[in-house]
Design a protein around this ligand. Structure first.
Ligand code: TMP
Length: 201
């Protein structure tokens, strides 16, 4: 495909969403066509599923299935057409989040997630994944409390420690796709790490 698929990952409170506009500006200033989107979500059905996932009590396995249902719509309606048209797709979370949150966090067998990944995504994989990594205690202290926490944000420190380790294992397994960003540092220092990444130039 002509475009590039770039995903942003990290535990809640890692600050990745604050850098999306910065990355978008940077890519646009070098003449790239950019689409910003997110998971779960990114399509009308996907946003409805997001609402269910973030606010309704569902089992861990149902969570996985709904994530992939939303992902299928997202891939077919948004991501693949944009990549085929040569667009840089910047996606706030993708399948690595399912491995980290539902797999490492909730204990769903990773083999089930891998099966769904193969079935739903086929050959589509991110070209670059930015993992915003930091100790969970720092992420939680940054999260603030402007609104009531959703079902994921309301989880305990142990859950997020498992999610963080799940992400780091994913990064270790695919070092050519992942860039691990030290998100515990200042905004400027994180920008500097991002600025050094070739695909974002
Ligand atoms: P966000 O707050 O970064 O938009 O993400 C919404 C929540 O959804 C976040 O707490 C992580 C969770 N999530 C999963 O548990 N599995 C997934 O596959 C995705 C994409 C998100």
């Amino acid at each position: 495909m002509k475009g590039k698929f770039i995903t942003l990952e990290g535990v809640d409170g890692a600050g990745k969403s604050s850098f999306l506009p910065w990355i978008e500006r940077r890519l646009r200033s070098s003449g790239k066509d950019v689409l910003m989107t997110r998971e779960p979500g990114g399509t009308p059905i996907g946003e409805q599923l997001r609402d269910v996932l973030l606010h309704s009590e569902v089992s861990a396995l149902t969570e996985v299935l709904l994530m992939f249902a939303a992902r299928k719509e997202h891939l077919d309606q948004v991501i693949v057409p944009a990549l085929e048209a040569g667009v840089f797709v910047l996606c706030d979370r993708f399948t690595d989040a399912t491995y980290a949150y539902q797999g490492a966090g909730r204990g769903i067998d990773l083999a089930y997630i891998a099966m769904l990944e193969r079935w739903i995504q086929g050959h589509v994989q991110p070209d670059l994944t930015l993992l915003f990594d930091l100790p969970v205690e720092i992420a939680r202290s940054r999260s603030g409390s402007v609104r009531a926490p959703d079902r994921f944000e309301a989880e305990q420190v142990d859950f997020f420690n498992r999610v963080r380790q799940g992400y780091l294992q994913r990064a270790d397994a695919s070092p050519s796709r992942f860039r691990v960003i030290d998100a515990s540092r200042s905004f400027d220092a994180v920008e500097e790490q991002l600025a050094a990444i070739e695909m974002l130039r």
